[in-house]
Design a protein around this ligand. Structure first.
Ligand SMILES: [Zn+2]
Length: 86
C-alpha cells in the first residue's frame, strides 16, 4: 500500500470513508499536475472514486474541503500559483 494511503488508514482523505467493495482509492494530486503540482508524497492524497471525480482538477481551496488540509495547502502555495487560479 502507498504511504499516503496508509497515513489515512486506507480511507479517502476527503470524505474519510473507506472504499466501497471493489473500489480502489486513487492517488489524488492535491495540487493537480496540470496546475503545477508536484508528483510527491505530500502532494498526493488517497481519494475515493466519488471524491476524485467531484474534485476533478480543481484545487482543494477551490473545492469545499477540510480546513486542516486547506491551511496546509495555503502555506505551501506560492503566490504565482494562487494568482494563476483566480
Ligand atoms: Zn471520498
Amino acid at each position: 500500500m502507498e504511504p499516503s494511503v496508509e497515513r489515512f488508514q486506507g480511507r479517502c482523505a476527503y470524505c474519510g470513508l473507506p472504499p466501497r467493495p471493489g473500489e480502489v482509492l486513487e492517488q489524488d494530486h492535491v495540487v493537480p499536475l496540470s496546475r503545477g503540482g508536484a508528483h510527491s508524497e505530500e502532494n498526493i492524497l488517497p481519494a475515493c472514486d466519488t471524491c476524485n471525480v467531484r474534485k476533478s482538477d480543481r484545487l482543494i481551496v477551490e473545492w469545499r474541503f477540510g480546513k486542516r488540509i486547506a491551511r496546509r495547502h495555503h502555506k505551501t502555495t506560492s503566490p504565482r500559483l494562487r494568482s494563476k487560479t483566480s
